[in-house]
Write a protein that binds this ligand. Structure first.
Ligand code: HEM
Length: 92
């Protein structure tokens, strides 16, 4: 069956950031897709602290600066929670 992607605005993304986070899950955005990095964090070769730098925000730039060769699409399959949309789009 067709399952539409969940739409996530920046305000919701921000509740999964490094600080003041009551959800205890850490999300980031890579090329418009929102991922829950939490299950992957203990396995990141660069450590959990580096991942926290992009928690609650768009991590695309920093990710590509660090290791643009890493296939995040494959690695984070199953961790996808939805797609990022603007606050305005949420009202539509
Ligand atoms: C290394 C995955 C985000 C910093 C790596 C490696 C993988 C990986 C597979 C090993 C690469 C290799 O040896 O060729 C991921 C995934 C990310 C992510 C899936 C997104 C969820 C980030 C971010 C930073 C970062 C945002 C921030 C700067 C590093 C560093 C290393 C590394 C510094 C090198 C560790 C070392 O070799 O000592 N990451 N990464 N990563 N990552 Fe990430």
């Amino acid at each position: 069956p067709f399952v539409p992607l969940r739409r996530i605005p920046p305000s919701e993304l921000a509740t999964h950031g490094a600080r003041k986070n009551e959800t205890k899950t850490y999300w980031t955005v890579l090329e418009g897709k929102v991922y829950d990095m939490t299950p992957y964090m203990p396995y990141h070769p660069g450590g959990e602290k580096e991942l926290l730098r992009v928690a609650g925000k768009d991590g695309t730039k920093l990710f590509n600066l660090t290791h643009s060769w890493v296939n995040w699409d494959n690695m984070l399959r199953g961790c996808e929670v939805g797609i990022l949309v603007s606050e305005n789009e949420m009202l539509k």
